[in-house]
Design a protein around this ligand. Structure first.
Ligand code: GLV
Length: 315
């Protein structure tokens, strides 16, 4: 079995996989063409097109992340080769921390206190109890479900939404177009953890934002394509005004963007009520993900099939 690795930390992955699968030949995309050609399996994060073009015999692709959007958008991706993605694999824990921080940013008024500090203003804001702060989580996959349940355990009422019906303990679950409308109307913070697919692109548009209660907040650690940027800016209101006034959105915490890094001329950088982080919410932890990677490669080696993504659905 010949395994080819492509990622920014390919050498560490190579060493760990070679250690766990001593009979396999494991090389990185940095190896000479002679060594890396004719791979059976590709283990990769955002591989370039040329890598596919020189590998005509791939039998499986293991995506070193939860989102397969970049892979599916690659015009050189060979059709019909099964793609397996990481499921949670240690990413849910840092994602829970990120979302918790972002929710508290608004619920405990850290956004307002930062502004007050700039004006040397000592003024306590009235505390809205968690029980009165409903949170909507869009996307109830391996990561979204864990985030929803962690927030519910913290004491927030949590509404979850998925394309197809789902049941999750402690979460009020909605689905489909009508379910989305129902959810949007009653949440104070909206968290978007959907994959980037034809069905989810632009799902948070002007209409969706208008359905949120006035003063709601948006937290997007999912994918940039979920949000229509002009509608978001419109809902945030004027950037020359520090407080939200009567804007639909009190603020936004954003980790994912349609173009990354976020271009310098994006008005989001300058908006006083937008907090931007550089797609760091849930990096793939190598130690935690390794077990899943090895289990998949072992199953492939044994000729067993492994649940793979549906390229038409996009996840
Ligand atoms: C990160 O964005 C991932 O898809 O794992």
């Amino acid at each position: 079995m010949q395994i080819l690795i492509h990622s920014t930390d390919a050498e560490q992955w190579r060493a760990a996989i070679a250690d766990a699968l001593p009979t396999a030949s494991v090389v990185t995309s940095e190896a000479s063409l002679e060594l890396r050609q004719d791979a059976d399996y590709l283990v990769a994060w955002q591989p370039p097109g040329w890598l596919f073009e020189e590998q005509p015999h791939l039998k499986g692709i293991l995506n070193l992340g939860a989102g397969v959007d970049a892979l599916l958008a690659n015009p050189s991706l060979p059709p019909g080769v099964p793609i397996v993605k990481l499921r949670d694999a240690g990413m849910a824990d840092p994602m829970i921390d990120y979302v918790r921080y972002a929710v508290l940013h608004f619920q405990r008024d850290f956004d307002r206190y930062a502004r007050q500090q700039a004006h040397l203003q000592w003024q306590e804001q009235p505390l809205v109890p968690k029980a009165d702060w409903a949170i909507g989580v869009l996307g109830l996959g391996a990561i979204g479900a864990r985030v929803a349940q962690a927030l519910a355990a913290d004491g927030f009422p949590v509404h979850g939404w998925s394309l197809r019906p789902k049941n999750l303990d402690g979460i009020t679950c909605h689905h489909g177009e009508a379910g989305l409308k129902a959810l949007l109307g009653q949440v104070t913070s909206l968290v978007t953890l959907l994959p980037d697919t034809p069905a989810t692109r632009g799902i948070i548009d002007a209409e969706a934002l208008a359905a949120l209660p006035r003063g709601a907040s948006l937290i997007n650690p999912g994918r940039g394509s979920l949000i229509e940027e002009t509608a978001l800016l419109e809902a945030l209101g004027p950037a020359d005004r520090e407080d939200e006034g009567d804007a639909r959105l009190r603020g936004a915490v954003l980790d994912a963007f349609p173009v990354e890094p976020l271009p310098a001329d994006s008005p989001l950088w300058q908006h006083p009520r937008v907090l931007i982080t550089p797609h760091m919410a849930a990096p793939t932890p190598r130690d935690a993900a390794l077990a899943q990677v090895i289990a998949t490669l072992r199953a492939w080696q044994a000729g067993e099939s492994v649940p793979s993504i549906d390229p038409a659905a996009g996840y």
